[in-house]
Design a binder for this molecule. Structure first.
Ligand code: FAD
Length: 348
C-alpha cells in the first residue's frame, strides 16, 4: 500500500496533524499503542496567563486564534461539546501576590486577559481568606473525550492500527520510506514521551515531567469556575472536580502513585474546608523541553522522517498552530517558526 503519510501516535499532536491531512485529502495510516497517556489524562485547561509570575504565555494571541476555531470545528464534526469555557479565578496567596496582579496590567500580552475588579465573594467549601483575580478567555478542552472520539472515528474509517510502531522495520527506497508492507512519502512521529524509544529522534532533549491528578467528589463545594491556587480545582459536573497537577522530574512511569495523591491531598486541604472523597487518580508524562518550545521538523539525514513533539504543559493551545505550520512546511515549503524548529539543536 502506498500512502502520503504514516503518523505514529495519536495524542493532541497527532490529532491536530491528522486534521490537516484529512482537510487536504491526503492518504494516511496512524499507529497507536496506548503506551503514553498524557493527552488522555490532561486537565485540558487553556489559560492565557502564567499565573505564578503573571507573565504571558508564548504567542498566546496567535495560538488562541488558531486553537479555539480548531476545537469548534471538531465540535461540529462530531456534534459533541469539547470546549467548556469558564472563568479562572486566581486565589491570592498574599498582599504582595495581589499587588503583582495589578502590576501585570503594564504587560501588553497579559493585561487583556486580566479583570481589574477583584472578587471578594465567599464561596461554599473554599477557605475564606482569599480575594480572587479573574482571568478572562480561559477554559478546558475535554481532551479525554476528544482523543477517544477521534480514535473511534479513525477506527471506523480504517485509518488507525492499534499496535506498536517498530522503528527497526523502517527502510528507505528512492524518495520514499518503507514500513513493513507500507510505502509512504513521510512518517510523522507524534509519540509524546515515547520519543525516547525512537532511534531517529531520541537525540532531541526531551524531558519527562510526570503529572498526576485526582478527581474528587465534594458535595459541599459549589464553584463553576477553575480555582487556581498552589493547584487547580476544576469543576467537571455533578459535584465532581478534577484537581492537579503534580510535577515530578524523576519518575518515568505513567502509573498513579501514593506520593502524587498525598501531595495533592495535602495542598487541597489548605484550599478547601469541606469534606471530599477521591474517586479517581490518573498520571501521564508531559513531553517537555528545557527551552519550553515544541520540537518540530525534518530529520537532517532522513528527509522522510518528521517529528512533532515537545508540547510540554500546554498541548491544548499549542498543538493546532504547530501542526498547521508543520503541514504547510512539508507540503508547500512554508518556513517553520525558528523557535519550534529542531534545527536549533543541530551541532554548530
Ligand atoms: C497530569 C497532566 C495534566 C496536564 N494538564 C494540561 C492542561 O491542563 N492543559 C494543557 O494544555 N496540557 C496539559 N498537560 C500536557 C498535555 O497533556 C501534553 O502537552 C499533550 O497531551 C502532549 O500530547 P502529545 O500528543 O505530544 O503526546 P501524548 O499525549 O503522549 O501522545 C503520544 C501518543 O503516541 C503513542 N505512541 C508513542 N510511541 C508509540 C509507538 N512506538 N507506536 C505507537 N504509538 C506510540 C502514545 O501511546 C500516545 O498516545 C497535562 C499533562 C499531564 C500529564
Amino acid at each position: 500500500m502506498k500512502l502520503d503519510y504514516i503518523v505514529v501516535g495519536l495524542g493532541l499532536a497527532g490529532l491536530a496533524f491528522i486534521e490537516e491531512l484529512i482537510a487536504a485529502n491526503k492518504s494516511f495510516l496512524v499507529y497507536e499503542d496506548n503506551s503514553q497517556t498524557s493527552s488522555l489524562v490532561a486537565g485540558g485547561v487553556y489559560n492565557p496567563v502564567i499565573l505564578k509570575r503573571y507573565s504571558p504565555v508564548w504567542n498566546v494571541k496567535e495560538q488562541l486564534a488558531v486553537a479555539l476555531p480548531f476545537y469548534e470545528r471538531l465540535e461540529k464534526k462530531f456534534d459533541t461539546t469539547f470546549d467548556h469555557k469558564f472563568a479562572i479565578k486566581k486565589a491570592f496567596k498574599s498582599i504582595q501576590d495581589q499587588n503583582n496582579w495589578f502590576s501585570a496590567f503594564d504587560k501588553p500580552n497579559v493585561a487583556p486577559f486580566l479583570d481589574a475588579t477583584l472578587d471578594n465573594q465567599p464561596y461554599a467549601g473554599v477557605i475564606g481568606d482569599h480575594s480572587f483575580g479573574n482571568v478572562k478567555e480561559g477554559g478546558r478542552i475535554d481532551t479525554h473525550l476528544l482523543v477517544e472520539t477521534y480514535r473511534n472515528y479513525l477506527e471506523e474509517n480504517r485509518w488507525i492500527r492499534f499496535e506498536k510502531f517498530n522503528h527497526k522495520d523502517i527502510s528507505f527506497e528512492n524518495d520514499t520510506v518503507r514500513y513493513q508492507a507500507l510505502e509512504a512519502s513521510k512518517i510523522v512521529f507524534s509519540e509524546g514521551f515515547g520519543l525516547k524509544e525512537n532511534p531517529y529522534f531520541n537525540y532531541l532533549p526531551l524531558e519527562e515531567v510526570k503529572g498526576e491528578t485526582i478527581t474528587i467528589y465534594a458535595p459541599g463545594l459549589d464553584i463553576d469556575f477553575l480555582l487556581k491556587s498552589t493547584l487547580f480545582v476544576m469543576p467537571i459536573g455533578n459535584h465532581l472536580y478534577k484537581v492537579g497537577a503534580t510535577f515530578n522530574h524523576a519518575d518515568k512511569t505513567s502509573v498513579p502513585s501514593t506520593e502524587g495523591r498525598d501531595e495533592l491531598v495535602d495542598k487541597l486541604k489548605k484550599v478547601l474546608d469541606t469534606p471530599f472523597q477521591i474517586v479517581a487518580q490518573a498520571a501521564g508524562i508531559r513531553p517537555a523541553v528545557k527551552d519550553r518550545r515544541p520540537m518540530v521538523g525534518i530529520h537532517t539525514q532522513f528527509k522522510n522522517l518528521v517529528v512533532l513533539n515537545g508540547l510540554g504543559t500546554r498541548g491544548v493551545m499549542i498543538s493546532p498552530t504547530i501542526a498547521k505550520n508543520l503541514f504547510h512546511h512539508l507540503e508547500v515549503g512554508e518556513p517553520l517558526d525558528p523557535e519550534i524548529d529542531i534545527k536549533r539543536f543541530d551541532k554548530k
